[in-house]
Write a protein that binds this ligand. Structure first.
Ligand SMILES: *[C@@H]1O[C@H](CO)[C@@H](O)[C@H](O)[C@H]1NC(C)=O
Ligand SMILES: *[C@@H]1O[C@H](CO)[C@@H](O)[C@H](O)[C@H]1NC(C)=O
Ligand SMILES: *[C@@H]1O[C@H](CO)[C@@H](O)[C@H](O)[C@H]1NC(C)=O
Ligand SMILES: *[C@@H]1O[C@H](CO)[C@@H](O)[C@H](O)[C@H]1NC(C)=O
Length: 448
């Protein structure tokens, strides 16, 4: 039992380390595919072991129902493949033996642009890589120029359109000398075939050649429109104008334009007589139109005059309001200035009072200082006096002590004298006693 468990652990350990060991080489950057051509989505395992026995799935993570290609149990299993990839994918089974699961995609479409995932699964591990694909549909359709119309100042409104580009192309207008003209309106639209671009421009018809050029990187498609100034007259009924789209073949355009111009000139001669009559009619209508215009202008002038009067009134009203406002404001300012002045005076008074107070306090302070000085001086003189007294006391004491000592010595001497006198008296007493005895003896003797 223990042994089986250990074996299991060892197997798990091995498979884990194997899964960490393998990886899929991922392109560092977006890869570019050309619309209409074949393309290889790169994906290979490193180190290069065979993936023949594994499951290889290509799919687009950003789309629903997005299976691009599936290889499982040694064969392609594409029943659930996304409709748009039907018959367009191929996995090289020989390359699978070398760990190469790159997928060949035929006739690339703009809608193939996006994120792809390559997933390689064995029984024990799985690795995956992301490939970002950008589709460049460089060959869009040749630009088509159409004439939208013209106006009274002999100006042409042109429109140029081209579609099927990817990414967004640049469209520019050029005159016959190759000078760039700026577009009036620009439009860019995206659909399944890529980007379509549409610009409009208004030009003077004397610019007899206008180019519309669509560019993407180093790819360029160009169309030319030729307008002939002779055949172009906006006041006539017919618009005599030739436009021919030419793709990089300018000469063909010019030839065609010349041909069209010739035929138009022929037609014109035939129409000349009718034209003259029409012109006379037009002149008559023109005159009555002018009259009408003059009347309208007069009316306009009167209307303007009224407006002007009203404006003058409005101006006066505003002036009055302004004056009233100004007066009001001036009064307010005056009042405020007065208030400010009183306030300033009050402040000044307060300041003066404060100054006085300060001076008073300063004086007091000085007085206090003097007092302090005096007290200090007194204290010091008192102290000195005390000191002097002390010194005198000490001297007195010393003197008294000396006197005492002297007295003591005298007393001692007196004591000594007294003792001596006592001794002498004793001696004298003894002498006396002795003499008395002698006397007494003599007396006795005498008696006898
Ligand atoms: C296709 O999808 C169905 C339902 O999701 C599934 O049952 C079937 O196994 C899938 N076929 C393949 C080849 O994967
Ligand atoms: C793997 O690549 C090496 C060189 O990088 C090569 O010698 C070897 O044959 C390749 N193995 C397989 C199975 O293709
Ligand atoms: C992988 O295979 C494709 C063909 O399917 C080939 O064009 C490509 O060069 C191969 N890649 C490597 C790294 O061998
Ligand atoms: C791809 O691999 C990463 C780790 O390298 C993992 O997180 C992710 O789930 C994998 N995606 C799929 C679809 O297996």
């Amino acid at each position: 039992m223990k042994l089986i468990f250990l074996t299991l652990l060892v197997i798990i350990g091995i498979t884990d380390s194997r899964s960490e060991q393998y990886e899929v080489v991922e392109p560092a950057d977006t890869v570019f595919a050309l619309a209409g051509e074949d393309f290889i989505l790169p994906c290979s395992v490193k180190p290069n072991i065979s993936v023949v026995d594994m499951r290889v799935e290509w799919f687009r993570p950003d789309l629903k129902n997005s299976l691009v290609h599936l290889y499982e149990d040694h064969d392609d299993r594409n029943t659930n493949q996304s409709q748009s990839y039907r018959e367009r994918t191929k996995l090289n089974h020989q390359e699978l033996q070398r760990g190469n699961a790159s997928l060949k995609l035929s006739s690339v479409q703009v809608s193939d642009e996006g994120r792809y995932k390559c997933l390689i699964q064995s029984k024990s591990w799985s690795v995956n890589a992301t490939v970002n694909v950008r589709v460049e549909a460089v060959a869009g359709s040749p630009p088509v120029i159409t004439v939208d119309g013209f106006d009274h100042s002999e100006r042409l409104h042109l429109q140029c359109e081209s579609e099927g580009w990817n990414p967004e192309p640049d469209l520019e207008w050029l005159d016959s000398e190759g000078v760039r003209l700026s577009s009036e309106t620009t439009e860019m639209q995206r659909n399944t075939d890529g980007f379509s671009v549409k610009h409009t421009i208004t030009v003077q018809h004397r610019d007899d050649k206008i180019h519309c050029r669509v560019k993407l990187k180093h790819h360029m498609l160009e169309t030319l429109i030729v307008t002939s100034s002779k055949s172009f007259n906006p006041w006539r009924t017919s618009i005599i104008l030739s436009s021919i789209a030419v793709v990089l073949i300018v000469i063909a355009g010019i030839l065609l334009a010349a041909f069209v111009r010739k035929t138009r000139e022929h037609d014109e001669l035939q129409n000349e007589n009718t034209g003259k009559k029409q012109e006379r009619d037009e002149l008559q209508t023109e005159t009555s139109r002018k009259q009408q215009e003059r009347d309208e202008l007069q009316e306009e002038k009167n209307r303007k005059q009224e407006e002007c009067d009203e404006l003058q009134k409005e101006k006066d009203r505003i002036q009055q309001e302004y004056n009233a406002l100004l007066q009001n404001v001036n009064q307010k300012i005056k009042q405020e200035r007065k208030q400010l002045q009183t306030e300033t005076n009050r402040k000044q008074q307060e300041r003066d009072q404060l100054k006085e107070e300060k001076n008073r306090i300063l004086q007091e302070l000085n007085k206090q200082k003097d007092e302090n000085k005096r007290i200090q001086q007194e204290f010091f003189s008192e102290l000195n006096k005390q000191k002097e007294e002390n010194r005198k006391q000490r001297e007195n004491n010393a003197r008294l002590q000396n006197e005492n000592q002297k007295i003591k010595r005298e007393r001692d001497e007196l004591q000594k004298e007294k003792n001596r006198i006592q001794q002498e008296r004793d001696k004298l007493q003894e002498e006396k006693d002795r003499k008395e005895q002698v006397l007494n003896k003599q007396k006795e003797k005498s008696k006898q």
